[in-house]
Design a protein around this ligand. Structure first.
Ligand code: NAD
Length: 317
């Protein structure tokens, strides 16, 4: 069987599949040519990350498609229900990238607190003494309160890092059962800490120094953070969105940054990917990364391996 891994697949995953007799094609096909290529080359499985979309039109145009695989969590780039209705197997790898996303968020939290992004951008042209003065108001993470909105796999993993860095963590989720968080200490030891999420975002917004969002794209496409929520936040709050474009309203965000309510935000995801609003990219209080939450060697290896195991489990000879 031929598999098109259109957004790539790790060497580990590709080797496993090839050893099991699958043919794995990794040459990128343009979105517009996807259906035609699948049909012309007799491809029966498409693997994607977040770049390629597999919508109803592609599904309808490819009657021999047996499987669509998403390397990662969010399946908002695939018409999952429609594909399953048509008898196509749809798989993803939900847990493989949690640690990498959490580490990216910690990187952004540390970075935003010391203006690393903006100060670096201005080093080439600025006067050293002025720059030093402009970036004199950095803050420390230890002792600060982090609100994690969406306390699933990534949210809990982030909590473990943040607790380890000495932050207080408040979790906000629709599910409010107590969660045991394991905080590793060195290689062999760990401590457990229990966090009980609250369902009421509005009640806690005013007490958060930092906020990180880890909800999926909402079914109705609505934002979890818009003008109403910005107005309830503590002045000077710093935010990270490594969830999905649209869970933070970008127009309201620009307003909250410009009126000084929000001190900074790091965005790994954007409403209009792959062409984000340029006002976000050039804003001195915004640090952007190009949707690289899961882009580590370790996460990609885990994703490739998990996809291969799932495919071999269902379609292996
Ligand atoms: P998960 O399903 O384990 O957790 C999501 C949590 O959000 C759940 O506990 C759910 O109850 C909660 N939730 C949903 N809507 C909510 C709302 N309106 N208010 C409060 N809580 C709400 O998912 P996960 O594995 O932690 O991943 C979260 C999201 O991160 C994914 O859906 C994906 O969009 C995104 N993601 C981004 C990257 C990246 O590269 N930046 C990588 C992986 C995942």
């Amino acid at each position: 069987m031929k598999i098109l891994a259109n957004d790539g697949i790790s060497a580990v995953g590709k080797t496993l599949l090839e050893k099991a007799g699958f043919i794995v094609i990794t040459e990128k096909v343009d979105q517009a040519d996807l259906a035609a290529t699948v049909n012309a080359q007799g491809i029966e499985m498409i693997l994607v990350r977040s770049a390629t979309t597999v919508r109803k039109e592609v599904i309808d145009a490819c009657p021999h498609l047996k499987l669509i695989g998403r390397g990662g969590v969010g399946m908002d780039n695939i018409d999952v229900a429609y594909a399953r209705e048509k008898g196509i197997t749809v798989i993803n790898t939900p847990a493989s990238s949690s640690q990498s996303v959490a580490e990216l968020v910690m990187g952004h939290l540390f970075s935003m607190s010391r203006f690393l992004n903006d100060s670096y951008k201005n080093m080439e042209h600025g006067d050293f003494a002025t720059l030093k003065k402009n970036y004199a108001k950095g803050i420390e993470l230890r002792g600060k309160t982090l609100g994690i909105i969406g306390f699933g796999r990534i949210g809990k993993t982030l909590a473990s890092y943040a607790l380890g860095a000495g932050m207080e963590v408040i979790a906000i989720d629709k599910k409010t059962e107590p969660c045991d968080i394991k905080i590793p200490i060195g290689k062999d030891q760990s401590v457990n800490y229990t966090i009980t999420p609250t369902a009421s975002l509005n009640n806690v917004l005013g007490s958060l120094d930092f906020i990180s969002i880890h909800v999926p794209k909402q079914n109705d496409g609505s934002a979890v953070i818009s003008a109403k929520e910005f107005a309830l936040m503590k002045k000077g709050v710093r935010i990270v969105n490594a969830a999905r474009g649209g869970v933070v309203n970008e127009i309201d965000l620009l307003e909250a940054l410009d009126n000084g309510n929000v001190a900074g935000i790091a965005l790994d995801v954007f409403e209009n990917e792959p062409n984000p609003n340029p006002s976000l990219l050039n804003h001195p209080k915004i640090a952007c990364t190009p949707h690289i939450g899961a882009a580590t060697v370790e996460a990609q290896d885990r994703i490739g391996e998990e996809l291969a195991q799932l495919i071999m489990g269902q379609f292996g000879k």
